[in-house]
Design a protein around this ligand. Structure first.
Ligand SMILES: NC(=O)c1ccc[n+]([C@@H]2O[C@H](COP(=O)([O-])OP(=O)(O)OC[C@H]3O[C@@H](n4cnc5c(N)ncnc54)[C@H](O)[C@@H]3O)[C@@H](O)[C@H]2O)c1
Length: 333
């Protein structure tokens, strides 16, 4: 059964979103602003864009309810966040696409460890809760399929993806250890590939890549033979699941995504249909440690998150994303 979108206001008086200028962070801010909540966003724009903040400032009620700080969340928070309200902090700041986290490797490791500790410190100081954006990359190139939360992963500590995968894994350990040692109740969600409006058009992730290539009437680039699989979640489904998790008192990892699995060639075909079915496909070498299969086991999410389930089919999500991309053409970062 499809879950109704979460429409209740948060039980938390203040929502803080790190990475507010990015794709998921801006959608989280929008989710709470549309419910009349007080939201503070922070971003250093290392991979995000001020355009997402401008968009948020234009939402109803944002003039009074939204504040934004341009800052590095690895620096001490006291200098920019002055509030004694109990915060629900979404720690979503981090480069997320392979080309960008590989370019910003040290920054990626710092924001998922030092930055996360700063976020949890702030939450603890004011009686709040922090929810960390972890990832399906903690499963690496999985030997178990689909991936349940109990699977411990198959991850390379020394490769081009390690700065991201291992930083997220250590971030999970930081959350777990703080809860264990200090009796706090921070949480984390393991997010699988998500797509939608406000993704950075040049960040190299496959859905936005294909759509940008399609709009430019360029061939679609498939890495390897295209038989590797991914599952793609539309952003509204993901944000609905994250909000349900955040409002609960869960501290254990929960997978969030869409469990319909596609090969990259099937995704390319869905995109070709949007552009009249005549775009050629070119193949390039598969990057090192690229996972062969990826699909979340969503049993736990469905059980624990009040009947939550992804609802938006890939064809519909791609159409919505293309509409957005066309409306921003020429103004993309
Ligand atoms: N989108 C996905 O499919 C996906 C999947 C798994 C996990 N995640 C996680 O979700 C989070 C958000 O991902 P996204 O897709 O929105 O990426 P994104 O790159 O669009 O957004 C990340 C934002 O964090 C900001 N940022 C990075 N380092 C910062 C720092 N030190 N201080 C302040 N701001 C900083 C960037 O400028 C950017 O605006 C990330 O933690 C990512 O690892 C995303």
């Amino acid at each position: 059964m499809a879950a109704k979108p979460e429409t209740k206001p948060s039980q938390w008086p203040l929502i803080v979103v790190t990475g507010a200028g990015g794709f998921l962070g801006s959608h989280l801010c929008e989710h709470y602003l549309r419910r009349g909540q007080k939201v503070v966003g922070v971003d250093n724009f290392s991979t995000g864009t001020p355009k997402n903040i401008e968009y948020l400032r234009g939402l109803p009620g944002a003039t009074t309810n939204f504040s934004f700080f341009e800052a590095d969340v690895c620096a001490p928070w006291i200098q920019w966040l002055q509030s004694s309200d109990r915060p629900l902090i979404f720690h979503f700041a981090s480069p997320a696409s392979p080309p960008l986290y590989q370019k910003l490797a040290f920054e990626t490791m710092a924001v998922n460890t030092t930055g996360l500790e700063r976020a949890m410190d702030w939450a603890d100081r004011f009686g709040g809760r922090c929810v960390f954006a972890s990832t399906s990359e903690t499963y690496g190139d999985p030997l178990v399929h689909p991936q349940p939360e109990s699977y411990r992963g198959n991850v390379n500590t020394m490769g081009p993806r390690s700065c991201y995968d291992e930083a997220k894994r250590f971030g999970e350990t930081l959350v777990y250890t703080r809860n264990w040692k200090r009796g706090t109740a921070h949480g984390l969600v393991r997010i699988f590939n998500t797509y939608g409006p406000r993704m950075n058009p040049s960040d190299g992730r496959v859905v936005i890549n294909f759509l940008v290539q399609g709009l430019g009437r360029e061939p679609l680039t498939v890495y390897g033979d295209g038989t590797q699989t991914r599952s793609f979640c539309f952003v509204s489904d993901l944000v609905n699941g994250i909000a349900r998790y955040a409002e609960s008192d869960l501290t254990e990892p929960v997978n969030l995504g869409n469990d319909r699995e596609f090969t990259i060639l099937e995704l390319a075909q869905e995109v070709r249909i949007l552009f009249g079915n005549d775009l050629p496909i070119v193949h390039r070498a598969l990057p090192a440690d690229d996972p062969v299969k990826r699909r979340p086991d969503l049993k736990k999410a469905r059980e624990l998150l009040a009947g939550w389930s992804p609802t938006v089919p890939l064809s519909e999500g791609l159409r919505l994303m293309l509409e957005w991309l066309k409306s921003t053409e020429g103004s993309a970062k």
